[in-house]
Design a protein around this ligand. Sequence first.
Ligand code: TEU
Length: 552
Amino acid sequence: MTKSWWKESVVYQIYPRSFNDTTGNGIGDIPGIIEKLDYIKSLGVDVVWLCPVYESPNDDNGYDISDYRKISEDFGGQEAFDELLEKMHQKGLKLVMDLVANHTSDEHYWFQESKKSKTNPYRDYYVWKDGKEDGPPNNWTSFFSGSAWLHDDTTDQYYLHYFTKKQPDLNWENPEVRKEIHDVIKYWFDKGVDGFRMDVISVISKPEGLPDTTFEKFQDTIENDYANGPKIHDYLNEMNREVLSKYDIMTVGEGPGIDLKNGPLYVDESRNELNMVFHFDHMFIDCGLGGKYDPREFNLNEFKEVFSNWDKALKDKGWGSIFLGNHDFSRMISRFGDDGTHHNASAKLLVTLLMTLRGTVYVYQGDEIGMTNVAYPHISDYNDVETLNAYKEAKEQGKDMDAFMSVVHAQSRDNARTPMQWDTHKNAGFSDGKPWLKINPNYTDINVAAQEQDTNSILNYYREMIAFRKAHPTMVYGDYECIDNGHESIYAYLRWDAEHCFLVLHNFSDRTQTYASPIQGNGFGLMKSNLSDFTDQIYELAPWQTKILKEH
Ligand code: TEU
């Protein structure tokens, strides 16, 4: 296994709108990040992944870019960005940006030109098609509800949009488009940016002829028409050859449809495509076939299997990404932990899990203080376009809207987007003005300032666990094997290399559990736990207790 800085890194993800506002306009900004650099550094992380900060009309909060080379003035503009990059590098932090290249904003110059006429030089930058019998070219739906096509009167054709209608899909078949994107990547690398997280990269290649799809095909990653299209690997290979391979940077591709079968193809080192991918096998584990708004009960054994299977799939070729939350999902503690009675213990258990699995670890802002889901009473309090569209669709379908509201509470992306809770001052210290999204009312209990003062806090435990991972390369590169015989509440695994062997135990329940170790002898001693009042019984786990044992 080759060693790399990005394999050993812990990445901190910042959703800039919600991080820290220095101007009082209610929106977080880059100077706000600069102000918190010492805080970020104090966590012990190595890399910051910054969600989009480019010029954008913000139909999807920056994931609709109108100029790839311009930093939005809302966030402080280019000067602020240059200062951020310089100061981060001075502090030994790397900066990874978001590349949104499946689509642009409809306000991007390319699209403005493209829609003018069928002969415009930019026409083929996007996917335009004639409709069928007074309807769209095919039956595809957008990821954010409704048809994936919008009719445009000027030329009487439809354009494809996988996401909102203000996010037209680029036509990657067109070599000029690919060249444009390569140039954008080069532009930022030449400025010193240390990598890219590539938004929905799995869907950039569209199937030949754009045929109608079926629900059955949609459920299958191989047959799926949206993702892993016929030329995806050619495009990534070309991008790697033309740009990525020329820089010492990291890449992580994101997207629906990446699974155990095709995931390794993206990251196999001998194939020269990407370093890592984000798959969503564990992130949709509590969703039914209907997706995010079709809830299903969480099952710990299925969850464990996801981690075990992916570790196995990537161990000889490629590298994994370990994460439990981001700006698109509800808060990890509310989904996988206990955000009530066992808030402190379960937040610590989850970070112990993150820091003891093989792969590059990603921590989402606010998780380091155990920020939780929010439950706004009114749909008008929500901002996220995915939530609002799903609500509208459910209403049109005559669903029980009270029941639907509780799914919104559990699943809305806004759960993860509520402003960062810095202290107990007005607006949790996030902004002097009216925040773009309401603050979670629990900020008086859960905030950075309080946790800085408390040696037993989640925040200080995150710091400890990040330092622990850094001090034990076995946690980064070592082998992994799950050894809990399918216990319904315990997740236990070994991590080992030639020198060391660790046994990690997690109790995902609010009852005391005893681990039946299949390993003979009593060779393990306790190294670390999230609870200080543990018993002498090494294999006994209090509710939400986690233990790291080391072989003598
Ligand atoms: O999300 C990709 C994606 O697949 C989403 O549809 C995701 O599955 C969904 O939000 C989960 O409910 C990326 C970005 O991370 C997201 O914020 C953007 O809205 C989306 O792409 C479009 O750019």
